[in-house]
Ligand binder design. Sequence first.
Ligand SMILES: [Ca+2]
Length: 295
Amino acid sequence: MSPNAKKRTVRGRSSTRTPPAGARRRTPGRVPRLLLGLGLAASVAAGWAFLSSGPAGTTAAQPSAVVQSLAVRIHRELPHDTGAYTQGLLWWDGKLYESTGQYGRSDLRRLDPATGAVEQRADISPAYFGEGLARVDDRLIMLTWKAQRAFVFGLERFDEQRTFRYEGEGWGLCNDGSRLVMSNGSNRLTFRDLRTFEVLGDVAVTLRGFPLTQLNELECVGDAVYANVYQTDFLVRIDPDTGRVTHYIDAAGLLTREERRGVDVLNGIAFDPGAGTFYITGKLWPKMFEVTFEE
Ligand SMILES: [Ca+2]
């Protein structure tokens, strides 16, 4: 079965551009929430080791286990559709592409990064819960959560072209230039063939030696893979060769208390290689942020 994708162009939301927020810089921190959010509460020592950028205190962290913290520097805010349950986000050729989830509300979108306006949209059949998104040449591959199907759409017209089958759940997806990288909610990343979607291998992701589960939306940048960690405000940077988390990014506090009403979790990360900036947002969030991650 394939999704009944209907192409339709929608007029974007307000084209008024949110004034640049300036380069607000946020500093990572807040130990208890971090420990809770990343499921490391079982080991205070491990949590402390995670927070340390070096072998500090009483921890016996090895140099290879050092995890560096990066701060979020906000360069710009733009509107984001509060109806978009963001599951996948990528940048390509001056546009953002977003996949959204929930049964009956999943779709594929092209956005104008200048305004956040939705320029084109294709609805997914109500039978499917949309998940991560990756581009391969002139096609977009969109995962589904539990249906074990990935739908392939033409990049330009969002025309449905084919369906891949896979085992297990689909969460995040990115293209590192030679293969696809896919998450499924566990600590495992699966590598897949760009053309056939066949499994090429996998890697277990660890944070200071502990499995880091709930890896969600992904972004391939150079030799690294960035991942949202589901149910947290944290992103991690992973070395896909070893599975080791090399950096963590605390993205909490992007939205004001008022803006957080009714929204779901942080999810969605895209990289614009021309500008060297990332776009991050969340499920049903009213805003998207163009940011850099800095030491
Ligand atoms: Ca992405």
